[in-house]
Design a protein around this ligand. Structure first.
Ligand SMILES: Cc1ncc(COP(=O)(O)O)c(C=O)c1O
Length: 379
């Protein structure tokens, strides 16, 4: 095929592909990346973060990214990963290597990648129960820790659960981890960039920091950070912990690599650097508040539909279900109308994640369609 024909075909396929800014992608934790981040990614597309002796500018970016993360959560170190799944695998790997133990304690609300990570690493998970607010039951956690202390490699909690956006009480769990000398990993892939701002402005009552007792935190920039996929970060409280994620590759100039990948995209590091310079703490705070307000608008509108049960959002994730129409049928009806929402399996419901591309107009159009499907008039 000639290049022109390939381009024509590509554009044809592109036109058949949903775009976030059209407002129909309402369940996936993805969004349209910032143009500057795409530019940075493309500029550094030839670089391999698997050897920063050849590409030392990537190391420069990494240091500045870590400075930014340290401003958000307190002194830490770490590296850019391909996303939340890799970060979680690395965190559990580090916990296993550090302790030589194989038991993970976590509430049921942890992301599936934690279960996958434990499986890959030959580790076993003991699940704690969760409260009605979908956070770890602290009493249950305490008693499991008391009983199994000698075998535990790590406790894992989530700051912004995938299904509910609930935030496990990081400080309280950190106290338990510290008192018992247990590794604590906080998966903040989704909530990490929003929580400090929403806490400061009084929207939520749980903050996220490297409290004494927290060993690692993972955050994704390809979720609310507006960087292209793949852009994740794993942070450790000190270099000693970070060193467990390092392995030798003697034939390269850099000699060492971090994380799961060998050759890894330097573009992601440049893109994250670009968005943190562009938005900074203040810019991410504004995005967080905008998403939160849009989620509240969605909640208010859904609450006015008689057939709908809706749960108040903690972070910008709204869970709802129909009283009469089975969830799978409703999901299919929405797909027929071009909408992509996700499931909320624990209540056999649906959920919308208000990502940065979602506007009040998108929400109004969605609610009108939903009302029509349910045969109700909208106000
Ligand atoms: C809390 C949490 N952790 C981890 C992940 C996995 O992230 P990724 O899809 O970037 O690997 C997700 C994805 O939705 C998530 O919500």
């Amino acid at each position: 095929m000639r290049e022109l024909e390939i381009i024509k075909k590509l554009l044809e396929m592109y036109n058949k592909t949903p775009r976030h800014d059209e407002g129909y992608i309402l369940g996936s934790m993805t969004t349209r990346p910032d143009n500057l981040a795409v530019y940075a990614y493309n500029l550094f597309i030839h670089t391999n973060a698997g050897d920063t002796r050849i590409f030392p500018t990537l190391e420069h970016f990494r240091r500045e990214i870590i400075d930014f993360m340290s401003k958000l959560y307190g002194e830490c170190t770490g590296f850019v990963t391909s996303g939340g799944t890799e970060s979680n695998i690395v965190a559990l790997y580090v916990a296993r290597e550090k302790t030589g133990k194989k038991l993970v304690v976590a509430p049921r609300t942890v992301h599936h990648s934690i279960i996958w990570a434990a499986h890959l690493l030959g580790m076993k998970i003991v699940f704690t129960s969760v409260t009605d607010n979908h956070v770890v039951d602290i009493h249950d956690l305490r008693s499991i820790v008391e009983e199994k202390r000698e075998d535990i490699a790590a406790i894992v909690i989530t700051a912004g659960t995938t299904e509910w956006g609930s935030i496990d009480p990081v400080r309280e769990v950190a106290d338990i981890a510290r008192q018992n000398n247990i590794y604590l990993h906080v998966d903040a892939a989704y909530g990490g960039l929003f929580i400090p701002a929403l806490y400061e402005k009084g929207y939520i009552d749980t903050d996220l920091k490297f409290y004494s007792g927290v060993s690692s935190i993972s955050v994704d920039f390809h979720k609310n950070g507006l960087s292209p996929i793949p852009s994740g970060i794993i942070l450790f409280r000190d270099n000693k912990l970070l060193s467990y994620a390092r392995r030798e590759l003697p034939y390269t100039l850099g000699k060492y690599q971090y994380g799961l990948l060998g050759t890894r995209p330097g573009g992601s590091i440049a893109a994250i650097w670009a968005v943190i310079k562009k938005y900074g703490v203040q810019g991410y705070s504004e995005i967080a508040i905008r998403c939160m307000r849009t989620a509240q608008h969605l909640y208010d509108r859904l609450a006015r539909i008689q057939d709908i049960i809706v749960w108040k959002p903690v972070l910008p994730i709204v869970v709802f279900k129909s009283r009469r129409m089975p969830t799978e049928k409703l999901l299919e009806e929405l797909v027929k109308q071009g909408y992509y929402v996700y499931r909320a399996p624990s209540v056999d419901g649906l959920r919308i994640v208000v990502m940065p591309h979602v506007t009040n107009e998108h929400i109004d159009r969605f609610v009108n369609t939903l009302s029509e499907i349910l045969g109700e008039k909208t106000e």
